[in-house]
Design a protein around this ligand. Structure first.
Ligand SMILES: [Cu+2]
Length: 427
């Protein structure tokens, strides 16, 4: 049906152009010159100029009224209300100017249509008018910019002291959240430590050792393969294998450097070292925030540039590989309240990727739950039971008997011998 309508439109346009050509040719036969405009033509054009704005503004109003419900609902963050006010202020100015200039444009085009008995009045310049239409827009622009900068500075001002941090980690094509443990601080990270058990590359003494062991095993296996098969492997494959081994050795050497740095930092700062904060961090595929409490989001990316976008909270920040970006905000409406506001019992806040980052960009999202502080605290306490390191392994038989505190999967690092959780440190 759509195709038929499209075909009809195309054919209709073609027919009109042909008909107008026929009209031109017959006019020529009647002895009329194509460049001569009759008064009748002029009047017709003038009327069309006056009729057009009605259709034009009518369509504009229809679009506005018809689609106003498709806009985002009321802002669910504190700063979002400020940016919404700023945007609305701009709209009022833009729409007023849009109507005024277009009404004048079509009015004059219609009023001063060509007539044989009328000559154009030569009026090339007027300093007062020039001054007016230069100064008025300039003043309006300056006002918009000052207002905009004031709002921007308010949004990007340093977060209040004691603002909680949550990390959002982007990769093709999903999000991971990391919450600091009871120490309230996110631990250091390094991409070289990323493996199946450490998707965010959290740096701890144990994670460094695990990764070094893992690399040593891989290197040993490759070296064994090389020694056994050197005789009959094609030259090309031998080169590849050697390159691979050298690469892994370089990575190991860098991790050893990292360990030296970490040891120095720990020796200097003790428990305040950033390398001491990672153990109790919690890595989650869930994203919860408490309402009316400021939060700072620390945003990182594993691969390409992504963008953390929370449209309902009017918040967006790029996720750039190799650096941490930050944005802080205070949610003001819980998921439950928003469900009532938009009259949709299934409504969810959502964290989207807003930077086209690859084939599955369209589906790179994570629901965000904004809840009352008491609900959030209960959720957080529950989540804290599975810290990055130090929790009892969730092995089924062990659940019935208390697991020994020192149980751990790696069994390599000295630091692993810490108790199950760091609960006592909670303040
Ligand atoms: Cu993305």
């Amino acid at each position: 049906m759509t195709l038929l309508i499209l075909a009809a439109i195309v054919l209709g346009v073609l027919a009109v152009t042909r008909l107008s050509r026929v009209y031109e040719l017959t006019a020529e036969l009647r002895g009329k010159r194509e460049w001569e405009i009759s008064d009748r033509d002029g009047r017709m054009n003038a009327r069309l100029f006056w009729a057009f704005p009605f259709a034009y503004f009518g369509f504009f109003l229809w679009l506005t009224l018809n689609y106003k419900d498709s806009l985002l609902p009321v802002s669910a963050s504190e700063h979002g209300a400020w940016t919404d006010d700023l945007l609305n202020f701009n709209w009022v100015i833009l729409i007023a100017v849009f109507f005024l200039t277009n009404i004048l444009l079509f009015y004059f085009a219609g009023k001063y249509y060509y007539r044989k008995d009328r000559r154009a009045y030569y009026y090339p310049h007027n300093n007062k008018w020039e001054l007016g239409w230069t100064v008025v827009p300039a003043v309006v622009m300056i006002g918009i910019i000052i207002y905009g900068l004031a709002v921007w500075n308010r949004i990007v001002a340093p977060p209040p002291a004691g603002t909680a941090q949550v990390e959002l980690y982007a990769q093709q094509f999903n999000w991971t959240a990391r919450y600091p443990g009871p120490d309230g601080k996110l631990g250091a990270t390094d991409f070289r430590l990323i493996n199946d058990n450490n998707p965010l590359g959290i740096v701890t003494e144990a994670s460094i050792q695990t990764r070094l062991d893992e690399l040593a095993t891989t290197i040993a296996a490759s070296e064994k393969k090389l020694a056994e098969q050197r005789e009959y492997l094609p030259e090309e494959n031998i080169g590849k294998l050697e390159d691979e081994i050298n690469h892994l050795r370089r990575v190991s050497a860098r991790i050893v450097n990292l360990r030296t740095l970490m040891m120095q930092d720990i020796a200097e700062k003790g428990e305040d070292s950033q390398y001491k904060h990672g153990k109790d961090d919690v890595v989650l595929k869930e994203f919860h925030l408490p309402v009316r409490r400021p939060v700072e989001l620390v945003i990182r990316s594993k691969d390409v540039i992504h963008s953390a976008y929370m449209p309902h909270l009017r918040a967006q920040m790029n996720a750039v590989p190799g650096m941490s970006t930050r944005i802080h905000m205070t949610p003001t409406i819980t998921t439950d309240s928003m469900r009532t506001i938009v009259q949709d019992p299934k409504f969810e806040f959502v964290l989207l990727c807003n930077k086209i980052c690859g084939a599955n960009h369209f589906n790179m999202q994570m629901p965000l739950v904004v809840e009352q502080p008491s609900d959030y605290d209960a959720w957080y306490t529950e989540a804290m039971k599975k810290p990055f390191e130090g929790a009892a392994q969730p092995a089924a038989p062990a659940a019935t008997t208390p697991a020994p505190a020192t149980t751990d999967s790696t069994g390599t690092a000295t630091a692993q011998a810490t108790p199950v959780t760091n609960e006592p440190k909670k303040n």
